[in-house]
Ligand binder design. Sequence first.
Ligand code: ATP
Ligand code: MG
Length: 311
Amino acid sequence: MITNKRILFVGGKGGVGKSTTSSALALAASKTGKRVLLISTDPAHNLSDLFHTKLGDQAKEVSPNLFVMEIDPEKESERYIEQVKSNISGHVKATMIEEVHRQMDMAKTSPGADEAALFDRMTSIMLDEGDHYDQIIFDTAPTGHTLRLMNLPEIMGVWMDGMLERRRKTNEHYTQLLNDGEPVEDPIFDTLQARREKFAQVRTMLLDKKQAGFLFVMNPERLPIAEAIRGVKTLQSHSIPVEGIVVNKVIPDHVDGRFFEKRKAQQVKYLEEIDCAFEGITQIRLRLLEEDIATRDHLDLVAGILETAAV
Ligand SMILES: Nc1ncnc2c1ncn2[C@@H]1O[C@H](COP(=O)(O)OP(=O)(O)OP(=O)(O)O)[C@@H](O)[C@H]1O
Ligand SMILES: [Mg+2]
């Protein structure tokens, strides 16, 4: 069951219903007495609007047992750089500090820096907060972002291995030349090593079917389906388990009128396509409601539908 996963990622194309689905699932789980943390990682956050309260980068309890936070990739990146700067300042010569800071500021503007910092924060949450919550649900940014994020532990792992190796060689040199063969203490090596281990741990967690799962949301329309198919393939190629799909905004049968008859006919075709493309993956259908989902009552309604679909 999807709802049993300790860590759940909800992804899909823009506007398909990721925030709605993840919020409804989080609300439903919290009502069963589970302590749930719902996290938005999309820079264009909308959980504040959905829960009608101001949210930030610290968890806030919005209803009993339901904690919500919005983390901002750019802010995480700034915070991360500041943290590294202050960590390093004790370990490099005063004359070098300016140069190191200049390099760090440059690193901040390099491609992928914000995502790396975001992933670092997500990693910390998964590893450190795991014990405080029964379930952590990530409402992610549209697909491309998220998939890159899933690749990061691997890419960063390789990159960090390279850094560690270089550092080790330098230390070895230093040990032999200057330290009479005594091993040198290297706090930077230790920090890198610790980060490497954190990434490896999280990777194992993400690959563990019992612990983590990915839920794709789509609508019965051409582009959202195409994006979900690509997403599922990419995740599977990384051995990341895809637990289920939510087909949202399905026009109900009882809706009539010429316009809707045509749309429904088209929808039948797309629903068949979905059945075929995602064969073997749990599928939940969520009907298009009369109104936008903007209140707690609406969320309860969606949560009820998801529950009866026995996810
Ligand atoms: N089943 C539904 N019936 C009616 N309206 C819906 C339904 N699901 C979602 N909506 C509405 O569609 C809009 C998009 O939903 P939502 O914000 O959950 O999507 P999202 O995938 O998180 O979007 P984004 O990519 O922008 O974060 C919202 O206005 C929401 O209220
Ligand atoms: Mg959203």
